[in-house]
Design a protein around this ligand. Structure first.
Ligand code: NAP
Length: 243
């Protein structure tokens, strides 16, 4: 049985990926920062009851806490085949109004948090001579977006980080890719005003927001044997919003 770590698993895209990996018979190490009740609900909703799941509550932007997350996974399961770095936040504001704190917090969680988890698991994956890493970026990291200089910088950073890691770790049989979602229906996009959503829809060729399951489908492919010659890539799942 394979094992996967998912950061930011309590809600939205992370929770959907967790459900999918549970169906695929993965043991799971589920991370979150604050939504304890959502996490319990998630585990209760798992249809496959034959796997082992552990929950590790920690802030992945903290270097030492991220290290403990990875250690906890190896202590419980011995090997970790897959890590999905999904945890992320937004703190939107136009540049002249954006505070230093809003900028720093987003970079700390989205970019440094991803670095922390990748750094701590890389040593272990090198030792086990295999691994798959999926980093969740965003269409905004590719295209930019007004009101999101912090978020787009963090997500573009995740792409650079991933490509460099893929170059370093390919020879160790570790495959690392980015999934770049477009606008996906979760709590994160609920905050977007309705008029803006309608405006965005006009620019999405497929004429709908994505669902967390659209992202889980892509992740399922990238961690499968069918993706064994794919590394260092950015796979966009955005309904054609950005090409
Ligand atoms: P969401 O519903 O807001 O969920 C975010 C998850 O991240 C929650 O489980 C949250 O846990 C966790 N988290 C936040 N900060 C954390 C930290 N410091 N340490 C550990 N966990 C932390 O977001 P989502 O829409 O599912 O987005 C998931 C990922 O996809 C993010 O990286 C996001 O940037 C990216 N993305 C989303 C969209 C979209 O349209 N929704 C588009 C492109 C990219 P707690 O609730 O427990 O704090």
């Amino acid at each position: 049985m394979k094992t996967a770590i998912i950061t930011g698993a309590s809600r939205g895209i992370g929770a959907e990926i967790a459900k999918r990996l549970n169906e695929l018979n993965y043991n799971l190490v589920l991370n979150y920062r604050s939504s304890t009740s959502s996490m319990e609900e998630l585990i209760n909703s798992f249809t496959n009851k034959g796997t082992k799941n552990i929950i590790v509550k920690c802030d992945i932007s903290n270097y030492e806490e991220a290290k403990k997350l990875i250690e906890e996974a190896y202590k419980n399961f011995g090997t970790v085949d897959v890590i999905i770095n999904d945890a992320g936040i937004t703190k939107d504001n136009l540049l002249p109004l954006m505070t230093e704190e809003e900028f720093d917090q987003v970079i700390e969680i989205n970019l440094k948090g991803t670095f922390n988890c990748c750094k701590h698991i890389a040593k272990r994956m090198i030792k086990q001579k295999q691994g798959r890493i999926i980093n969740i970026s965003s269409v905004v990291g590719l295209a930019g977006n007004a009101g999101q200089v912090n978020y787009s910088a963090s997500k573009a950073g995740v792409i650079g980080l991933t490509k460099s890691m893929a170059r370093e770790l390919g020879r160790k049989n570790i495959l690392i890719n980015v999934v770049a979602p477009g606008f996906i229906q979760t709590e994160m996009t609920e905050k977007i005003p309705q008029e803006l959503k309608e405006e965005m829809l006009k620019n999405i060729p497929l004429q709908r927001l994505g669902q967390p399951s659209d992202i889980a489908d892509c992740v399922e492919f990238l961690i499968s044997d069918k993706a064994s010659y794919i590394t260092g890539q950015v796979i966009s799942v955005n309904g054609g919003y950005y090409m």
